[in-house]
Design a protein around this ligand. Sequence first.
Ligand code: NAD
Length: 298
Amino acid sequence: MKIGFIGLGVMGAPMAASLARARHQVKGNDLRKVEVAGVAWAATPALAATDAEIVFTSLPGPQEVEALAPMLRDAMRPGAPWFDLTTNSPACVRRVHAQMKARGIPLLDAPVSGGPAGAKSGRLALWVGGEQAVYARHESVLRAIGDQPCYVGPIGAGSVAKLAHNCASFTVQTALAEIFTLGVKAGVEPLALFQALRHGATGRKRTFDRLAEQYLPGTFDPPGFALRLAHKDLSLGLALAREVGVPMQMAQLALAEFDQAMKRGWGERDSRTPMLLQNERAGVEPHVPADKLREVLG
Ligand code: NAD
């Protein structure tokens, strides 16, 4: 299939490479010139989209998607679908969906979950909202990107699922810094506490294992997932909660933490840096060397 892929960043580049490996003809574009194995370079988004039977975008957020929409509306073939892999706001994708529909171009929101490692290996979930028949016709193409494509519902539903998921992730992360600094300041060794917690009910679900990625070894650069993007996801999730009248106290608290971390200038650092603020307040730095963590995780 002829595919246009716009946004070849941390996630986009490996996803475009997966499509090329699956023998699709992929033309890629980004603001910066990026070389991706098997992907032909297109100098503009319009050139990537013109002949495409399907277009993918993997952009930072709603502003970039909304700004690109008029260009894609003019460049794309009517009938060819646009799958937006960006973590986006449901309101934005619904607005752009209506604009594209007038030209016969179905937009589907298809945010992904699995991080850069999942984008490379193909162990990636895609949560899709939009016309179900269009999803069904293109499911095999989506499988070239990720092993877990899932139709969630009408346009915007994929973004709602993604924001709900990421709100959970970022809220739990904020709570974990509280419980960890409490346990360590109350006298338990960080390694012993880590070992204990990971055998609890939540620990067995591997939530606590994620502490070993950045927080405990104290490695926040380069980012696996940039704080500015996590901040955007949490803001979008809370905007959605306001829209539907759901109070979210922990997520509000998490957002206040994320705001403060952004003000420290940590936007390009990893999204776990807000956990350092709790360390500062508690006056304790739970730290376990990476080799010890590897031993524990086996
Ligand atoms: P990124 O900043 O690395 O990539 C975005 C790319 O879009 C950049 O290369 C940028 O140059 C390009 N871009 C911006 N505007 C453009 C335009 N008008 N035309 C062409 N290219 C343009 O971000 P990322 O980490 O790859 O994330 C992409 C999306 O996926 C985000 O919405 C993010 O929230 C989401 N996401 C990220 C992760 C992760 O772990 N990194 C995981 C799941 C979902």
